[in-house]
Design a protein around this ligand. Structure first.
Ligand code: FAD
Length: 446
């Protein structure tokens, strides 16, 4: 198989990964100077900050997914190919993919990160990660399926594991997810399941450190914890999950919680790409780069976004793995690649801090920017405006806005549909088929 890329007399830049960093590169690299080949294992870009809203039925999956072919419809110098990159041959300047190999002049690795289960096989097999659209839909399916099973259950003991939702990881994703789940429990479920005691549903947030939102100010952490407590979420700090077996979430001290709904948002790692010198791989699998985002030891290979790690005195653990950072690194690399192609000098990347935002249900959010901190309705408005602004496509922005307005006014979320495709089923116990789902509930899972 070949990738069928037309020959060119321009320099060819192969970009691996069409996340925030990858599409910023492909959209901005000069048409005159470069042929750009974008390779991604999916045929769409996704807006990960709103995945939790798909998982909780607030918005439609299509609202935060954008087909690459549509994004690059008018950019004739960009060629998209759906394939998985499996390795690099730096000497041959070739990238290897599941659809064949391709020569490059410059290679940019923008492969992002994947969920880190820290080697816990039971957790990896049974927990739901929340890293992409498929994961978000799987969480939505699981929670709705658990409620359907609970409505068939004969008693409290059978219902308990179905009613316990355990989210691990008190960072942005975990906090936002449990906030949305708490609102779903309060406003939606009593209407949908009038014959179920949904007030007995337990939403728990487990965090290994001593506070939520560790990247934000401790004041915000404390306020978020109080707020979630008022919303009925049980926050469990200083607690580590060590295993997930037989429907039990098992903690380091041996205690456990029976739950069929374990969501894992704690930690990420970068998947290795064969051919990149192992000595260039840092903690969490991140690829070590210099201040030009060049992979150490290679003159034509770059890495940006979550996959990259530039260590500086101010940031010995690398820059934060967030969307805005990925975009800014990519923008800077565009300027450098173009300057280099024109024979001009290139400049080192300078880190800038950007606002951090966390929304916890309707009207409530926290915003932090350097010493400035804000919470409440105005912060929620700022959060909403910024998120809509960063979503691609007018149609998607409009659809999200209308969805939010509808939810806001009616306290309803219209996307509570269990959609299961053959392809989305994975051999893991909690992603069982509907038939299994409706029969295995009688077996004790705790
Ligand atoms: C649930 C969640 C919530 C988040 N919330 C926020 C937030 O509120 N604010 C914020 O700033 N950040 C947030 N982030 C982090 C942010 O999404 C990431 O920092 C950002 O997506 C990194 O961009 P990237 O381009 O480096 O990688 P990604 O956006 O992850 O893109 C990587 C791309 O590479 C592709 N890919 C990977 N490997 C291969 C391969 N071998 N071959 C082909 N294609 C490949 C993937 O399919 C993907 O499209 C959140 C992340 C998650 C998961």
């Amino acid at each position: 198989m070949a990738l069928n890329i037309p020959p060119t007399d321009r320099k060819r830049i192969v970009v691996v990964g069409g996340g925030f960093a990858g599409i910023t590169l492909a959209r901005n690299l000069s048409r005159r100077l470069f042929q750009v080949v974008l390779i991604d294992r999916n045929n769409y870009h996704q807006f990960q900050p709103l995945l939790y809203q798909v998982a909780t039925s607030s918005i439609k999956p299509g609202d935060i997914a954008f087909p690459f072919r549509k994004i690059f419809r008018h950019r004739r110098n960009v060629h998209f190919r759906m394939a998985e990159v499996t390795g690099v041959l730096p000497r041959e300047r070739t990238v290897e993919t599941t659809a064949g190999s391709l020569a490059y002049d410059y290679l940019v690795l923008a492969t992002g990160s994947v969920t880190n289960f820290y080697g816990m096989e039971g957790v990896e097999a049974g927990a739901f990660p929340m890293k992409d659209l498929t994961d978000a839909l799987a969480i939505r399916n699981q929670i709705l399926l658990s409620l359907e099973k609970a409505s068939l259950a004969l008693g409290e003991a059978e219902r308990r594991p179905l009613f316990n939702v355990v989210v691990v990881g008190g960072g942005l994703s975990g906090v936002e997810l449990v906030g949305a789940l708490a609102e779903m429990k309060r406003y939606i479920l009593p209407k949908d399941y009038p014959d179920l005691p949904v007030d007995q549903m337990n939403i728990m947030l487990v965090e290994g450190s001593d506070r939520l939102l560790p990247t934000m100010h401790p004041d915000i952490s404390a306020r978020a914890e109080r707020l979630l407590g008022r919303m009925g979420v049980r926050v469990i700090l200083n607690t580590q999950v060590t295993d997930y077996r037989a429907g039990r979430v098992i903690f380091k001290d041996g205690s456990f919680i029976p739950s069929r709904n374990l969501v894992w948002t704690s930690g990420v790692r970068v998947e290795p790409i064969e051919g990149i010198d192992e000595r260039r791989i840092g903690p969490g699998g991140r690829i070590q780069v210099d201040r030009f985002n060049r992979v150490a030891g290679y003159s034509r290979i770059f890495a940006v976004g979550d996959a990259a790690m530039a260590r500086t005195d101010d940031h010995p653990k690398g820059y934060p793995q967030v969307a805005r950072e990925a975009i800014e690194e990519a923008r800077h690399l565009v300027r450098n690649l173009e300057a280099h192609a024109r024979g001009e000098g290139i400049t080192g990347y300078t880190y800038h801090e950007y606002p951090t935002m966390a929304a916890i249900g309707r009207n409530k959010a926290f915003v932090q920017f350097k010493r400035f901190r804000m919470g409440g309705f105005m912060a929620w408005l700022a959060w909403a405006v910024v998120h809509i602004a960063f979503v691609l496509g007018v149609q998607n922005k409009l659809s999200i806005f209308i969805g939010w307005a509808w939810n806001y006014l009616t306290y309803d979320q219209p996307n509570r549909i269990i959609v299961r495709t053959q392809a989305s089923r994975r051999p893991r116990p909690s992603r069982d088929t509907l038939r299994e789902a409706l029969t295995d509930w009688k077996q004790p899972s705790a």
